[in-house]
Design a protein around this ligand. Structure first.
Ligand code: IYR
Length: 237
């Protein structure tokens, strides 16, 4: 038998036909408007119910996230789901420790503190223990191959950010709420969740149902005219 020289399997993506159903524009617009209405009703939540959430919902949301486009299709994300109360407590304590240094120890720059003031956030992260699930997303700078060597990943932030957007969207579609929580710094998550050095904590999502008396700040989204510009400005078709 001769040694076979092959392209590594990870690079072998044969091309197959892609023929999604073609919607006429009126049907497309109808669906787009419905989706927007759903998305626009989503809010980030800091007050959660303790009601259980089936693991299958977490799995569906991560499966949705896992459809994200990614640099070179390396899919550089790992979602770590935690239901264990002891681990949730350790995460809460570590997050609050860091945030106390931010809020009370003066680590947050003045301008940042001012930007947060209307949201009334504090170093109290009680929701990290109330929720049935914490889902911690890690970004993989590189990914170990089965033989132990490391494959470098590309556009890691973009890829993982898009995956997180899909994750949030899927949670919302199932009637669940979350908060895009980035305790700062987040190194404690690597330690507590025993992640390898190739991964970096990215976002911590508490996941659950909103508390019955949940309130959110009465925020407005910026008008489309501020989010979208045509160029040249008078050229819309
Ligand atoms: N990470 C801190 C501060 C914080 C930052 C942003 I940007 C927010 O939208 C909210 C809070 C904390 O979690 O308290």
């Amino acid at each position: 038998m001769t040694d076979q020289i092959t392209t590594p399997r990870e690079h072998a993506h044969p091309f197959v036909p892609y023929r999604p159903p073609r919607l006429d524009p009126a049907a497309g617009l109808r669906r787009g408007r419905e989706l927007l209405q759903q998305l626009d009703s989503r809010r980030s939540v800091r007050f959660f119910a303790a009601d259980p959430v089936p693991a299958e919902m977490i799995e569906l949301a991560v499966a949705a996230a896992n459809t994200a486009p990614s640099g070179a299709h390396h899919q550089p994300w790992k979602f770590v789901a935690v239901a264990d109360p002891g681990i949730k407590r350790r995460i809460r304590e570590a997050a609050e420790h860091e945030e106390r240094i931010n809020y009370e120890g003066g680590r947050l720059p003045e301008a940042w503190r001012e930007a947060l003031a209307p949201l009334e956030t504090t170093s109290d992260k009680g929701y990290l223990e109330v929720v049935p699930w914490l889902v911690v997303v890690f970004a993989e700078k590189s990914t170990p191959r089965p033989d132990g060597s490391l494959r470098k990943n590309y556009y890691v932030n973009e890829s993982v950010g898009i995956a997180c957007g899909l994750f949030i969207t899927a949670l919302h579609a199932m009637g669940l709420a979350t908060l895009t929580h980035t305790p700062n710094p987040m190194g404690f998550l690597t330690e507590i969740l025993e992640r390898p050095a190739t991964e970096r904590p990215y976002i911590l999502f508490p996941v659950g149902y909103p508390a019955p008396d949940c309130e959110v700040p009465d925020l407005r989204r910026k008008p489309l005219a501020e989010a979208l510009e045509y160029f040249p400005a008078d050229r819309r078709d």
